[in-house]
Write a protein that binds this ligand. Structure first.
Ligand code: B1M
Length: 213
């Protein structure tokens, strides 16, 4: 691992949000592509997850690592609220992490990239109740619902939401895209989603492809 990447790795594992923010600022000031430059941060936070899995990291440590990761995201992908209103919207998106699941870093990245590519994104946050997704869909009639799930125990709620949209008779009016670490294309097909993307860049490509279809 090169030195700057090692520094990033250490800052995330140490849960040092202040230092991580400074490193992210340096990257932004150097004019690097933020999506590519984020990769070592993602590797580091996943390593923190592995350490947690192996019992070498405890939840408070994982939480600090997540805060450091979010500090980098905030610098590298500043909120584009307001900016998107000024330009023509490519399509509308309602996004959120599904009920029962508080992971939101990946979903935030997907929202940031969609927004950067001209989609008008309403981010409902994390642990979003299924009823809320249904209400927002009824009210705003978005082109896409983007559903993130990071837990094997919560991905089932992506299916429950699609079932609820069907029951309400509003399923055909919206394209449902799913993603998140445990989610696969087979799962997307099984639950009747319109698409699956393994990462944020491919989520954007998928949304563009479906809009053009
Ligand atoms: Co948790 N956690 N966590 N966690 N956490 C995982 C997911 C886990 C794999 C860690 C591990 O044990 N190895 C494990 C899940 C195991 C499983 O389900 N089988 C786990 C667990 C168990 C838990 C708790 C249950 C722990 C506990 O309380 N005992 C708890 C969950 C509570 C709950 O949700 N109800 C918990 C809590 C937390 C923190 C709060 C500490 C923190 C989240 C903070 C936050 O988000 N604000 C956290 C973190 C940080 C992780 C890991 C380490 C990192 C997740 C992350 O941010 N990755 C994670 C380990 C791992 O993923 N390897 C882990 C970086 C991010 C950029 O990637 O989110 O995968 P990711 O997003 C990717 C793609 O998946 C995709 O695009 C992104 C990249 O471009 N993507 C989409 C995501 N959403 C998409 C939607 C789309 C398309 C693509 O729609 C079209």
């Amino acid at each position: 691992m090169s030195k700057p990447n090692q520094e990033i790795h250490n800052c995330i594992l140490d849960g040092d949000a202040g230092k991580t923010k400074i490193l992210a600022e340096k990257i932004v000031n150097a004019g690097s592509n933020p999506t590519e430059a984020l990769q070592p941060f993602i590797t580091a936070i996943r390593h923190a997850g592995d350490l947690f899995d192996q019992g070498e990291f405890f939840l408070p440590q994982l939480l600090l690592s997540a805060k450091a990761m979010q500090a980098a995201m905030d610098v590298m992908f500043p909120s584009s609220e307001g900016k998107s209103a000024a330009r023509l919207s490519r399509g509308t998106v309602i996004a959120g992490t599904i009920q029962g699941d508080i992971h939101e870093i990946g979903k935030n990245l997907v929202c940031a990239l969609l927004s950067a590519h001209g989609f008008q994104v309403v981010d409902l946050g994390a642990d979003v109740a299924l009823d809320r997704f249904v209400q927002e869909t009824e009210q705003h009639k978005p082109d896409f619902l983007v559903l993130s799930a990071l837990l094997t125990t919560t991905m089932i709620n992506q299916k429950h939401l699609i079932d609820q949209l069907n029951d309400k008779g509003i399923r055909d009016g919206v394209k449902v895209l799913v993603g998140g670490a445990p989610v696969t294309s087979d799962w997307a097909e099984e639950i009747g989603a319109d698409g699956y993307a393994p990462d944020a860049s491919r989520a954007v490509a998928l949304a563009i492809k479906l809009l053009d279809a």
